[in-house]
Design a protein around this ligand. Structure first.
Ligand code: ASP
Length: 859
């Protein structure tokens, strides 16, 4: 049998009186009340009379252990609820949270809001910024507006359920109901709230539920509920959702029922005959309480168990609003903590109705305006790698977007003095854009103020430079195969070896031989005079004969070594000459960043206000610091406002552009006059930038990984890098250059040398002629002019020009002693004249025949 009594709120006198009246009728257990103040009074009466007291209210009082000897409370303690809230905050990675609580005196479960949540405030999870505001129905809008201004998107709501509609209205009025906002309700009855206005607009609403709705209908509980008709009726509200308070009351009655049943099996229970007046406790109260305290059963609020009179091992369902319904997305248990079963509901894309503002910069081939953009509207105006990528991502994640160009065409860098950002980063910080898509590099400084998704492309900084012009053709380019020093060393070797040969030949006895093998003489001659030594070395160097042959071993060694030397030099020269004259040689004044840093003739720069610029500005590497100092101080500025400007400056010449390898590849493939110099200076990636803490980051990251793994990104890369525009065919260009015939400009120098040699020979011949004429003039005692005229006449005479008087030869002694004309063959003449000159000896000449020419000499 049960007896329900209604008492006025906050009236402890009447409540105590009513309770005492019920007790005197012989009660075995007291339930409630739900008011904390009245509850405390009933609790002390039950403790004194040792009557089991079952409560189902949230008790915020801190009790000394064992002070409530005869009370069990079905409501989970605030301490455990707070740890569930904290687990959820950690899971959602909330770093900036607002708590809106409602203080309403001795009111029901929502009283002492701040005290209840003090645990959350005092020990927020690491690095969490907590903003607390007290609100009443009249200040809801004001408080929410304040949160909006402060950009608090994660909000814990701990207000009265009765006035929750007023709060909802404020949220709608302030338009704080988009995907960025996440509301967590501490109420366990969120299912009973009217959330109609929040459906389909992707606002995040999360709450815990104690009632085990999932299992209720599948168990025998309904049968039990029917047994407790009066309570059972009030449990189900009109939407068939069970409210927490009646469910708890139901479970407390069931606890007593289970306790009584257990007691019944062991002992008999006598009716309590106690009264408030004599204060004599009920003798069977303790054993009944002990049975109640140890019950374990599956109630409407999940598994019911007590530990020291408090609810233990209970379970909370985590609910999240998704599209049009609240769905269970996880569970929290005291032992195992939070277990999310449907994480995608937390990170889902939301409704396709959401339109994100995507800001970008016009840059080939990432985002470009179509040629007929003027006739188009919306996103159709744009094309490019990033436009395609964005399309693919939005299809996976589920959002709509509008592409807009950033106001300043730059990606964003912080001002070194003020720390203020510009470019697309600024737009994200100021929440003027939801996403920034393009060749946006992920770097440390940016990651501090905005968020980036996983990279969709990897790259590094490299140098763009104009292809060096081919070496200007020079008349003497046949000298190129050997370096100028080598030519000088060859010349020195030539002089040294010639001289060595001369000296050695004089020392070696085997080089002294009879002037002619057929002549028996009493003197010997040495063929290696100074001039002959030089002539021998010259002849062999140029791979020709000289008519001279070394006879001694020492001179032969010199000759052999020299031949070997010339073999190597001439072969190397020939091999290199072919390469030099046929292949177009490039002048590459710079080959790396170090080369750039070490010179100041060629200017170099980067895109202004981008990550490449900040790379040099913030680098600790000496070379890059040096380059930054140069770039910073160079006038006119070496920084460009767009890639195209940088590329044009490179094409103009004398400028190297430091840019990212991805764009550089694109440019170099399309312009044969441009090339990449050196390798990559660093390694990084492009990502899609989002506002700090944006819920889109993880979703887009997942989409990027998916697109990467199924090869879509690679296909897009091929489409935009290889499949569009005119690709420059370098191979053909190379082939052409190889087939170039040698022109006069390449080897004309050889002709010049030949002509010079001929000119020199003519000059020497004239000098010889003059010298000989002068000597003959003295001997013939004629004037120089007549002698020269005679000699000239003889030289120009057509007949008999192959013979001439021997007296005219420069053989002084021979000439002195000769008495008549004699004729000598030209080949004998020279050796005789040598031997005369060298030895100063008079040769013994014999009358002999030599070939067709006979000669006669009188001594
Ligand atoms: N992609 C670069 C950026 O994000 C542009 C650059 O500096 O080369 O800033």
């Amino acid at each position: 049998m049960y007896d329900i009594q209604y008492v006025p709120k906050e009236d402890t006198f009447h409540t105590s009186k009513t309770a005492c009246k019920q007790i005197s009728n012989g009660v075995q257990a007291v339930f409630g009340p739900s008011d904390p103040l009245l509850g405390a009074h009933i609790q002390s009466i039950c403790d004194a009379l040792e009557i089991p007291h079952l409560e189902s209210r949230l008790d915020t009082e801190i009790h000394v252990k064992g002070s409530q000897e005869f009370t069990v409370n079905l409501h989970p303690s605030q301490e455990l609820l707070n740890s569930a809230y904290k687990d959820l905050m950690t899971y959602l990675n909330w770093t900036k949270v607002a708590i809106v609580y409602e203080e309403n005196g001795a009111e029901t479960v929502n009283s002492k809001g701040l005290i209840r949540l003090q645990d959350l405030v005092r020990t927020p999870t690491k690095n969490t910024e907590v903003y607390i505001r007290q609100a009443t129905p009249s200040t809801y809008r004001h408080v929410m507006d304040e949160l909006k201004q402060r950009e608090m998107f994660n909000i814990i709501i701990d207000t009265k359920p009765e006035t929750i509609q007023l709060l909802f209205r404020a949220i709608l009025q302030l338009q704080m109901n988009d995907y960025r906002y996440h509301y967590f309700f501490t109420s366990l009855d969120v299912e009973t709230f009217d959330l109609e206005d929040f459906k389909y607009n992707s606002v995040n609403i999360t709450a815990f539920r104690l009632v085990d709705s999932e299992n209720i209908r599948s168990r025998l509980l309904l049968r039990d509920m029917e047994r407790f008709q009066p309570i059972g009726h009030s449990i189900l509200n009109k939407t068939n959702v069970i409210k927490t308070a009646p469910a708890l009351m139901f479970d407390s009655v069931m606890s007593l029922a289970h306790g009584l049943a257990a007691l019944d099996r062991g002992a008999t229970l006598r009716i309590a005959n106690v009264s408030c007046e004599d204060e004599k406790p009920w003798s069977d109260g303790t054993s009944l309480f002990n049975y109640v305290n140890t019950v374990e059963f599956q109630g409407l609020t999940g598994p019911v168990r007590f530990q020291d009179g408090r609810r233990a091992n209970f379970k909370l369902d985590l609910l999240k609003l998704r599209r049009d319904e609240l769905l269970k997305v996880g569970e929290w248990k005291q032992q195992s903590g939070l277990n999310i079963t449907a994480p995608k509901y937390f990170f889902e894309g939301g409704s396709p109705n959401i339109t994100l503002i995507v800001m970008t910069n016009e840059e080939t081939p990432y985002v470009m305006l179509r040629h007929n953009a003027a006739n188009l509207t919306g996103n159709a105006r744009y094309e490019g790698f990033c436009v395609d990528l964005l399309k693919a991502i939005s299809a996976i994640v589920g959002f709509q977007y509008v592409i807009e160009f950033g106001p300043d065409k730059i990606y964003g860098a912080p001002d070194p003095d003020t720390g203020e950002w510009n470019g697309l980063v600024k737009q994200l910080i100021e929440k003027k854009a939801d996403l920034a898509v393009g060749s946006m590099t992920i770097n440390y400084a940016r990651e501090n103020v905005i968020d980036f998704t996983k990279p969709f492309m990897n790259l590094g900084i490299s140098i763009l430079f104009k292809i060096p012009s081919s070496q200007p053709t020079r008349l003497f380019s046949f000298m190129n195969p050997l370096a100028i020093e080598i030519w000088l060393y060859v010349l020195a070797a030539f002089v040294l070896v010639s001289f060595t040969l001369f000296v050695m030949a004089r020392f070696s006895p085997y080089e002294w031989q009879a002037p002619h093998p057929c002549l028996k003489t009493d003197f010997v001659v040495n063929q290696f005079s100074v001039s002959n030594s030089f002539w021998f070395i010259t002849g062999t160097f140029l791979r020709q004969g000289s008519g001279l042959n070394p006879k001694a071993a020492s001179t032969r060694i010199v000759g052999g070594i020299w031949w070997f030397f010339t073999l190597i030099i001439i072969s190397s020269y020939t091999a290199n000459l072919a390469a030099f004259l046929t292949v177009e040689r490039m002048i590459t004044p710079i080959e790396s960043a170090e080369d750039l840093a070490d010179q100041s003739e060629i200017a170099y720069g980067t895109l202004g206000g981008g990550s490449t610029m900040t790379f040099f500005r913030d680098s600790k590497i000496e070379t890059y610091q040096k380059m930054w100092r140069f770039m910073e101080s160079k006038q006119p500025s070496v920084f460009v406002s767009a890639y195209d400007e940088g590329i044009n400056r490179v094409l103009e010449g004398n400028y190297a552009f430091l840019m990212e390898s991805t764009t550089l590849d694109y440019v170099v493939q399309r312009n044969c006059n441009l090339t990449q110099i050196g390798g990559l200076l660093d390694s990084k990636g492009y990502g899609i930038a989002t506002q700090k803490g944006s819920p889109w980051r993880d979703k887009i990251s997942l989409a990027i990984l998916e697109l990467q793994e199924n090869g879509i990104i690679q296909m897009l890369y091929s489409k935009w890098w290889r499949g569009t525009g005119d690709i420059c065919n370098r191979d053909e260009k190379k082939k052409e250059s190889k087939a170039n015939a040698l022109g006069i400009e390449n080897i004309g120098g050889v002709f010049v040398v030949l002509l010079c040699g001929l000119a020199l020979a003519i000059v020497v011949a004239i000098l010889e002629f003059c010298w000989n004429s002068k000597k003959n003039a003295q001997m013939d005692r004629q004037s120089l002019c007549s002698e020269m005229a005679e000699e000239l006449r003889f030289a120009l005479r057509c007949q008999g020009s192959r013979q001439r008087p021997a007296l005219r030869r420069p053989c002084s002694r021979c000439a002195q002693q000769a008495t008549g004309p004699a004729y000598i063959s030209s080949n004998v003449r020279s050796s005789e004249s040598i031997s005369h000159r060298e030895n100063g000896m008079l040769p013994m000449l014999e009358r002999r025949k030599s070939g067709v020419q006979s000669f006669e000499i009188e001594t």
